[in-house]
Design a protein around this ligand. Structure first.
Ligand SMILES: NC(=O)c1ccc[n+]([C@@H]2O[C@H](COP(=O)([O-])OP(=O)(O)OC[C@H]3O[C@@H](n4cnc5c(N)ncnc54)[C@H](OP(=O)(O)O)[C@@H]3O)[C@@H](O)[C@H]2O)c1
Length: 321
């Protein structure tokens, strides 16, 4: 099968088209023909070797933690899907596979793609969509009327977080640069703070039920000041040691801090798909790149300025739109 490969860790220019053996599905697994993927900041980190101390790739490697595609073949005992079904998955940092023609996944990783999404859109949903959905349904379940603060609302996770929070009935305040205020308001944000115009964490301190942090490097102590005395801070940018620190802090404080890494879960994606099906959530796709533009797609994400997501599709499926 064809794939975009990296033969060593390094910059975006390293992607090369190549051939590798087609994988076969084992017990409880499904072979998926890839129709769409995306670039996440973590894909760039894996490519650059930033995660290699705990996630060493077998090279050459096929990256791409997001996948949308059709079920091509079922392994023994895989019963949830039929050949031809439209599915999507966050494959996790060890498997990747979104920049190849086919990949094998456990069927439990797969959700069903909503009928309203095209392949480019579907490929951008899993990692960031599941992250925002997991944050607001598992770690800090939102109820109507809750006040939510989203730090970093214009990117992949943030654009889902706004829509999911609104779908669950919350009042949403969020940060972004002024040029993206119109986008986040269109997605449902009630209040927008332009972080380029001064400190975004000084007003309404002590008033939020939930704060979601989607900006790497933000001080968790400063974000906690926004919380009510029993509020929850959820961060997706914690370092491994932050998990331990949060555990200790949660023993002594009525405020809760949650540091999490999104699960590879079809169930989460099916929950999110229901919100997409009823029109409460839509993917925001800034640009669609094809495989031969993969380097450009990675460079764009590395700017940290993407509005929503960049999509990546295999040859013959569109691109540069
Ligand atoms: N733990 C997990 O499971 C998990 C899952 C997904 C993502 N993540 C991590 O979460 C972070 C966000 O992911 P993502 O996919 O949403 O990234 P992204 O799409 O690359 O985020 C880009 C957005 O960040 C905004 N931004 C940058 N600096 C900002 C600041 N100081 N304040 C407010 N907004 C700012 C930019 O808006 P402006 O142009 O307006 O600045 C841009 O729209 C990344 O570090 C990623 O690795 C973790």
């Amino acid at each position: 099968m064809k794939a975009m490969l990296i033969h060593r860790y390094g910059g975006p220019e390293l992607f090369e088209s190549g051939e590798i053996a087609t994988p076969r599905p084992g017990r409880g697994e499904v072979l998926v023909r890839v129709r769409g993927s995306s670039v996440n900041p973590v894909d760039c980190g894996i490519r650059a070797g930033m995660l290699k101390s705990f996630n060493r790739l077998r090279l050459p490697a096929v990256l791409g933690v997001d996948v949308a595609g059709e079920v091509a073949e079922l392994g023994e005992g895989a019963t949830r899907f039929s050949p031809g079904d439209r599915v999507f998955a966050f494959t996790g940092i060890k498997l990747g596979g979104g920049y190849g023609e086919l990949l094998v996944l456990p069927e439990t990783y797969l959700g069903r793609v909503p009928a309203s999404l095209n392949w480019a859109e579907a490929g951008t949903v899993p990692g960031v969509g599941a992250t925002a959905y997991e944050a607001f349904t598992v770690h800090a379940p939102l109820k109507p009327g809750m006040r939510v603060f989203i730090n970093g609302a214009a990117g992949g996770v943030g654009t889902y977080a706004i829509q999911i929070a609104k779908a669950l009935g919350a009042e949403v305040t969020c940060t972004c640069s002024g040029s993206k205020a119109a986008l986040v308001r269109k997605l449902g944000a009630d209040h927008v703070v332009d972080y380029t115009k001064g400190d975004p964490f000084t007003s309404d301190q002590g008033t939020y039920d939930v704060v979601l942090d989607a900006v790497r490097g933000t001080s968790l102590a400063r974000l906690r000041k926004l919380l009510r005395s029993d509020g929850v801070l959820v961060t997706i940018n914690g370092y491994p040691w932050d998990v331990g620190l949060a555990w200790i802090r949660n023993l002594i404080s009525p405020q809760r801090t949650v540091v999490f890494f999104v699960k590879t879960s079809g169930e989460l994606l099916d929950g999110l798909a229901k919100m997409i099906d009823v029109g409460k959530v839509r993917p925001v796709v800034e640009h669609t790149y094809t495989w031969n533009e993969l380097a450009e797609a990675h460079r764009r994400v590395e700017t940290g300025r993407v509005a929503g997501k960049v999509a990546v599709v295999p040859p013959g499926m569109g691109g540069s739109t």
